[in-house]
Design a protein around this ligand. Structure first.
Ligand code: THU
Length: 130
C-alpha cells in the first residue's frame, strides 16, 4: 500500500481525537498483513494518566478483531517538526509490528519514514522470556 493512503487514513482518524486537555490531536493508521487498515486517535481523560495514544488505539482495534501482525504504521500530528511515537507506543508497536516502517506526517504534506529499530534500538521483547 502506498504511504499516501495510510497517511490519509491517519489524517481522518485525527479528526476524532478526544484531546480537550492537551489540544494535541493525533491520528494513527496501521496496515494489517492482509492490507486492511485500522485507525486510531488519542483519547484523553480528566484523570490525565488514563489517556491512550492514537497508535495504541489503532493497534488495539486490529488486535481486537483478530489481526496478529501489522506491516506499517502512520502517525499524523499537526506539528512542523514531525512527531514520533512516545516511548510506551514504541514498545507496543514493536510487540505487534516488529521492525516496520513508521511514517511520520503532518497536515501540510511533510512526511518521513523511519524504521522501528531506529526508534527503539535493542528492544526488549518476547525473545528474552524464553
Ligand atoms: N499522544 C499520542 O496520541 N501519541 C504519541 O505518540 C504521543 C502523544 C497523545 C497523548 C495525549 O493525548 C497527547 O498526545 C499529548 O501528549
Amino acid at each position: 500500500m502506498d504511504n499516501e493512503k495510510l497517511i490519509k487514513a491517519a489524517i481522518d482518524a485525527r479528526e476524532n481525537a478526544y484531546a480537550p486537555y492537551s489540544n494535541f490531536r493525533v491520528g494513527a493508521a496501521v496496515e494489517a498483513e492482509n492490507g486492511d487498515i485500522y485507525i486510531g486517535c488519542n483519547v484523553e481523560s480528566a484523570s490525565y494518566g488514563l489517556t491512550v495514544c492514537a497508535e495504541r488505539v489503532a493497534i488495539w482495534k486490529g488486535i481486537s478483531v483478530g489481526e496478529k501482525r501489522f506491516k506499517q504504521i502512520a502517525v499524523v500530528v499537526d506539528t512542523e517538526e514531525l512527531t514520533p511515537p512516545c516511548g510506551v507506543c514504541r514498545q507496543i508497536i514493536w510487540e505487534f509490528c516488529g521492525d516496520v516502517p513508521v511514517i511520520l506526517a503532518n497536515l501540510h504534506g511533510k512526511s518521513e519514514t523511519v524504521m522501528m529499530s531506529e526508534l527503539l534500538p535493542r528492544a526488549f521483547d518476547s525473545k528474552f522470556l524464553k
